[in-house]
Design a protein around this ligand. Structure first.
Ligand code: RAM
Length: 517
């Protein structure tokens, strides 16, 4: 019953979407180029008007470049001869990046469903004047091919996209000119990334997976508080998570809105712990402490659940019951990072309970002390001055980041541990922007402002230099083809967890200094 009330509340907060019409800016050709991102480059092929009026006989194709990232509904007009003697077959491919247009989807062998690749086959018996694709697409490039038609002619014209978002771009000013051009560009791309993921929930990516994930949500919300300030969308998401908790009170790590809100059934340990920090941050940003008070039992429940995986010595143990995420790196041992996430979340929960004027939560305090002591005793290498993880005492950036955010060491010790890991050649590095966010956040917490902004500029700036319109789900500067799903074309190239430079930059009044690159 209570669950239904929470879902009903969430549904009343469903936003109206802002709509804009966007038209392509140019026609292009796609060509192989070893120097370009993932080996594909777009070459200018003139104005879109020339491409629209192209007359098709049998088979041919046009590629249009919208020169900006669009999420929405594509439409175009068809002009055909009267004596059409067979159905018209059109293939439409939409791509976030050039590789999706250049490569042949029939060779796809990734681990996620092929239907995520954006492709539409239209077979029209009586070609209408106007076509509007029913599915929402996420793209910059559109390729339309006429496939083996009979000997009649058609013209395609007036292609446009009706874009949708719940982010109000007019509510956000550009960063002041006291910031470097590069940082302003990184900020703008971050906001474009978030905007395109802000729909009726905070989607992780508008091409894929198009759903609400708890870990992604925390980062999206943090950027939103510094920019669009759409508090109701955050509130809606918090109620959806709470309303879909299972019979043990465990909130889902991801959820779907349609056909009606339902759990995605994935349970990620670290995401579960982050519900409490997310609730606190929402209340701090919006001032809506009533919602925080109403959802406090849910936050508390998540922490009681994660503490079940902590042994008598105060150490997190992987009992193989949960998906441990932290990052996509396959080599990463996650024990220490998970320990850090839990301590960090317990501390935020304590802050929340105090702000709500609750009686002192001694169980939270006790767990913080016990887990912090255990971390120092068992997970900190006194000689190397660095946190280690797992049986092989692995050194990773992830362990230092989360232990820093957990505040287990004083900041000088945390800075030393982060620098030691960064200077250890075989330390496991992050595989994607989600963990890079936490590295930057940890550096700032450890007083390493210069390094934090240098890393931000280096990592996100590298995506910009490779032509990013929006920031990516996965990015390893050493491997442009890296994919957790065994295919780079199924990766999401507008992925909201990568939008956090705007959070770091917008909390600054002026240009933060950057270390030499
Ligand atoms: C993928 C998505 C999502 C992330 C999970 C762990 O499905 O990239 O953003 O939160 O994995």
């Amino acid at each position: 019953m209570l669950q239904n009330i929470l879902i009903d509340k969430a549904e009343t907060l469903k936003p109206e979407l802002f709509k804009h019409i966007v038209k392509p800016s140019r026609a292009v050709h796609v060509t192989r180029d070893a120097e370009a991102f993932q080996g594909w480059r777009m070459l200018d092929a003139g104005s879109p008007e020339d491409a629209y009026v192209k007359i098709w006989d049998r088979s041919d194709e046009i590629i249009l470049d919208f020169c900006q990232y669009c999420v929405g509904y594509l439409s175009f007009e068809i002009e055909s001869e009267v004596n059409v003697d067979c159905p018209l077959r059109l293939k439409i491919i939409l791509g976030e990046v050039p590789a999706e247009i250049g490569e042949d989807f029939s060779g796809y062998n990734g681990s996620l469903g092929r239907a995520w690749l954006q492709e539409e086959i239209l077979v029209l018996d009586d070609p209408p004047e106007k076509v509007r694709l029913p599915r929402r697409y996420a793209f910059r490039y559109v390729k339309i091919s006429a496939e083996y038609n009979s000997r009649y002619y058609i013209k395609i014209k007036n292609i446009q996209c009706e874009t949708v978002t719940s982010a109000d771009m007019t509510a956000v000013a550009a960063l002041p000119e006291s910031f470097s051009v590069e940082l302003r560009q990184i900020d703008r791309i971050s906001l474009d990334t978030l905007k395109n993921c802000m729909q009726t929930v905070f989607e992780d990516g508008p091409k894929r997976d198009r759903r609400l994930w708890l870990g992604d949500f925390r980062l999206q919300a943090l950027v939103n508080y510094q920019s669009f300030k759409n508090f109701d969308l955050c509130k809606r998401c918090l109620y959806l998570f709470a309303g879909l908790a299972d019979e043990n009170g465990l909130v889902p790590s991801c959820l779907f809105e349609r056909p009606q809100p339902h759990s995605g059934k994935s349970q990620i340990y670290d995401y579960t712990a982050l519900f409490a920090p997310s609730l606190l941050e929402y209340a701090q940003a919006s001032g809506d402490w009533a919602t925080a008070a109403e959802l406090w039992p849910v936050a508390e429940r998540q922490l009681r659940i994660v503490l079940k995986e902590v042994d008598g010595d105060g150490l997190f143990q992987d009992n193989k019951k949960w998906w441990l995420f932290i990052d996509w790196s396959p080599q990463l041992d996650k024990q220490t990072a998970e320990q850090g996430v839990v301590i960090f979340s317990l501390k935020k929960a304590l802050e929340l309970s105090k702000a709500l004027g609750r009686e002192p939560e001694t169980w939270i305090k006790d767990a913080i002390v016990k887990m912090s002591d255990a971390a120092l005793k068992h997970l900190f290498d006194q000689e190397k001055r660095v946190f280690v993880s797992g049986r092989d005492r692995q050194v990773s950036w992830a362990s230092q980041a989360w232990m820093t955010l957990a505040g287990v060491l004083p900041s000088a010790g945390a800075a030393e541990a982060i620098s030691t890991a960064a200077n250890t050649p075989d330390a496991v590095k992050p595989a994607g922007p989600y963990l890079y966010h936490y590295i930057v956040e940890a550096m700032l917490a450890a007083g390493m402002e210069k390094d934090a902004y240098a890393l931000l500029e280096q990592y996100w700036g590298a995506m910009v230099r490779l032509g990013a319109d929006t920031f990516w789900e996965v990015f390893d500067p050493q491997d442009q083809y890296l994919s957790p799903y065994k295919s780079h074309i199924i990766n999401s190239y507008c992925h909201a967890w990568s939008c956090t430079p705007a959070y770091f930059l917008r909390r600054q009044k002026s240009q933060p200094f950057c270390a030499e690159r």
